[in-house]
Design a protein around this ligand. Structure first.
Ligand SMILES: Nc1ncnc2c1ncn2[C@@H]1O[C@H](COP(=O)(O)OP(=O)(O)OP(=O)(O)O)[C@@H](O)[C@H]1O
Length: 255
């Protein structure tokens, strides 16, 4: 189980994440919502280790990861989607995924020497590439992919690490309407596997409503609501504080 205890970060005088205590069970998908600047991405960064907390802890299955740098948290099971800057832009889609598989398998990152000797890694990488619908682009350099395909590659590399916890920060942002279902199907399939802890920052409330078992709401860095999606969306604190009219109308349409 992933747990944050009093997790806090201050930037100068500004408290971006303010004593957030929350636990997330395996087999559940929790959506984190809130207005722009609420602290959602910062909360993810504190969990994954991109940022170090001013105060508080991040625990995974009781182990305190708070002092570990991001790569060691990844190794411990916290999976954060890669950004393009973390990919090898000139290597192919398949090679990028194969390197992530290889890193997880603890076989280091030597590219050419290992490549031919570990057919199993390559087969596993190709299966993941197919799963994210990039099979026909397996040989294309990562940098040449259009934006939507790059997001799929990010998810592929995350899957290659087989993390215990998946952190998805707006996984469909910037995708065209026809590409969104592929990513949502992947997240749905990961959820159906039943053993992963999935956290999803997502602005699209229809997506949240469909995928999430639970919603937590951040506002000014504080956890202000936590519960079953319909109840949280309908709660006055959410309606008034920041989701505002857009959600109110959405709820009415749905009702
Ligand atoms: N490195 C930083 N230095 C200073 N302030 C920061 C830093 N990172 C985030 N902040 C501030 O912390 C607050 C929370 O930002 P954050 O990006 O986590 O919000 P968010 O909920 O993810 O917003 P959005 O929905 O727009 O992505 C904002 O006021 C932001 O300006």
């Amino acid at each position: 189980m992933l747990e944050t205890r009093n997790l806090t970060i201050k930037f100068g005088g500004h408290v971006a994440v303010d004593h957030v205590s929350c636990s997330f069970k395996p087999g559940t998908l929790t959506a984190i919502v809130g207005p722009n600047g609420a602290g959602k991405t910062t909360y993810f960064n504190l969990i994954s280790g991109q940022l170090r907390a001013t105060e508080g802890q991040v625990l995974l299955d009781g182990r305190d990861l708070s002092r570990l740098p991001a790569p060691l948290r990844t190794r411990a099971g916290l999976g954060r989607a890669f950004q393009l800057t973390q990919l090898f832009p000139n290597l192919s889609v398949l090679e990028n995924v194969r390197l992530a598989v290889q890193a997880r398998a603890g076989r280091g990152l030597r590219m050419l020497s290992v490549w031919l000797h570990h057919r199993d890694l390559l087969d596993e990488a190709m299966a993941i590439v197919e799963r994210v619908h990039l099979g026909d682009k397996a040989a294309a350099p990562a940098a040449s992919l259009p934006h939507g395909d790059q997001r799929k590659l990010e998810v592929a590399m995350l899957m290659a690490l087989k993390p215990l916890v998946y952190l998805f920060d707006e996984p469909t942002a910037g995708m065209s309407v026809d590409e969104v279902p592929v990513i949502l199907d992947l997240i749905r399939a990961l959820k159906a596997e039943g053993q992963h802890t999935i956290l999803l920052v997502e602005h699209k409330m229809d997506v949240v409503r469909e995928l999430a078992d639970r919603i937590i709401v951040l506002h000014n860095g504080q956890l202000v609501a936590d519960g079953e999606p319909a109840a949280v969306i309908a709660s006055p604190v959410v309606q008034q504080a920041y989701l505002g009219l857009a959600v109110e109308q959405d709820v009415q349409v749905a009702a």
